[in-house]
Design a protein around this ligand. Structure first.
Ligand code: NDP
Ligand code: MG
Length: 389
């Protein structure tokens, strides 16, 4: 039996992962499930799957979790340290599906034990790519990307030598406001931004899809994971979300990965890698689809893409600053403090302010420095947003 742990089990990716494990329950021993505020779901799944331990990120919810687990025999734990300890429990496969920078420490703890890490938490690579890749290398761990575009690139590469890769093209649906008049974006509400044309995902990543901050993170993620230069990564709007990514080789040939927009495809690929197994996803009927369309992204509509370029060119800890500032700006938008279009503005200003503090972005790439940069960027984002009110 394979020992598996799911970090972020109560979320959208976590639940899809559980769906796949549930279909072949005898093949897996569930080590740890972690969640945040959704104690009922966490306890229900932990009991059902016979997990060794269930962990909530929030100390104040430990009693609730204990009560919900009752006499089931599943151990309960809470807090950031407990999350990291859960990730460090011996396991053959760990799904990293916590949202945001909170996933960094647990993800690193899983890699420290040299396991296979299925990485949905893209923020881990954006904030600390060099550290994460180095940890995987030095501890003999393997990272399999779960973000659909990166899983698609990984699959299209098929183990081919990166030296023959000229460029990688990540597709983007364009999000909720793809066809809105650009002047209207200022007045977009969080509810409007949280509806995705094709994918069913968590609220935060869905809003990030509308602003293309999600794609901005993904461009940086691709650079870190595949070791590409910034100008080797392109973004293409593809409203149907059937082609997830394309890999262009030096001979001009392009290999694409297609599939229905269902995250169980990328999750299942990572779960079964290096083999392939049947997955309960819709099969594409290309004749019925008739056509697939593509267009270049309008950079005025999606300023986050330009910010990603700046971050990649700047290097160092700029990714950690970018991710943290984005998370705070998104909090500000969801809370109604800033407008949809203010988010990119806030992030751009935070990057400028941090750049103006000598030595910060070029500090050595240690976990402490990444976390310090994360704090600093959140602090500056709060300042910038407070000044606007
Ligand atoms: P969700 O918001 O649906 O779920 C997030 C999970 O993280 C939940 O289990 C949540 O717990 C938990 N969580 C929230 N805050 C914290 C915290 N501070 N510490 C520890 N755990 C926390 O997110 P998604 O499943 O949509 O996304 C998860 C990751 O996967 C993200 O990095 C996202 O970018 C990436 N991803 C997601 C895709 C998708 O289809 N959803 C596609 C590609 C990538 P609770 O809900 O109990 O509070
Ligand atoms: Mg993606």
């Amino acid at each position: 039996m394979r020992r598996v742990t799911i970090l972020g089990a109560t979320g959208s990716i976590g639940q899809n992962t559980i769906d796949l494990i549930d279909r072949n329950r005898d093949a897996y021993q569930v080590v740890a499930l972690t969640g945040g505020r959704n104690i009922e779901r966490l306890a229900r799944d932990a009991i059902r799957l016979g997990a060794e331990v269930a962990v909530t990120a929030h100390d104040d919810l430990l009693d609730d979790l204990r009560a919900a687990l009752g006499q089931s025999g599943v151990a309960a734990a809470a807090g950031a340290e407990a999350l990291t300890e859960a990730a460090a429990r011996p396991a053959d496969w760990v799904m990293s599906a916590i949202i945001g920078a909170a996933g960094l420490r647990p993800g690193l703890a899983a890699l420290e034990q040299g396991t296979t890490l299925a990485l949905a938490n893209k923020e881990t690579l954006v904030a600390a790519g060099a550290l994460v890749m180095q940890t995987a290398r030095s501890k003999g761990g393997t990272i399999i990307p779960v973000d659909s575009e990166h899983s698609a690139v990984f699959q299209a590469l098929g183990g081919e030598d990166m030296a023959s890769v000229e460029r990688v093209i990540l597709t983007a649906s364009g999000g909720a406001f793809r066809d809105w008049p650009i002047e209207k974006l200022r007045s977009a509400t969080p509810e409007q931004a949280a509806t995705h044309p094709n994918w069913d995902m968590g609220q935060r990543i869905t809003i990030d899809s509308a602003s293309m901050f999600n794609k901005a993170l993904e461009v940086i993620e691709a650079r870190e994971f595949f070791g590409l230069a910034p100008d080797q990564i392109e973004v293409l709007i593809h409203p149907e979300s059937m082609v997830h990514a394309l890999v262009g080789h030096v001979d001009g040939g392009i290999l694409a990965h297609l599939g229905a927009p269902d995250m169980r495809h990328a999750i299942g690929y990572a779960l079964h890698w290096p083999e392939r197994a049947p997955l309960p996803v819709e099969r594409l009927d290309l004749a019925k689809l008739g056509q697939l369309t593509f267009r270049a992204p309008d950079m005025a509509r999606y300023p986050a893409l330009d910010l990603a370029r700046q971050v990649m060119e700047r290097g160092g800890l700029a990714g950690a600053a970018f991710n943290a500032a984005k998370e705070r700006a998104l909090d500000g938008f969801i809370a109604g403090h800033i407008s949809f279009t203010d988010m990119a503005d806030v992030v751009g200003r935070v990057l400028d302010r941090i750049e103006a503090r000598p030595g910060h972005i070029d500090a050595p790439f240690t976990l402490d420095n990444v976390l310090q940069m994360d704090h600093l960027a959140r602090y500056e984002a709060d300042n910038v947003m407070a000044e606007r009110q």
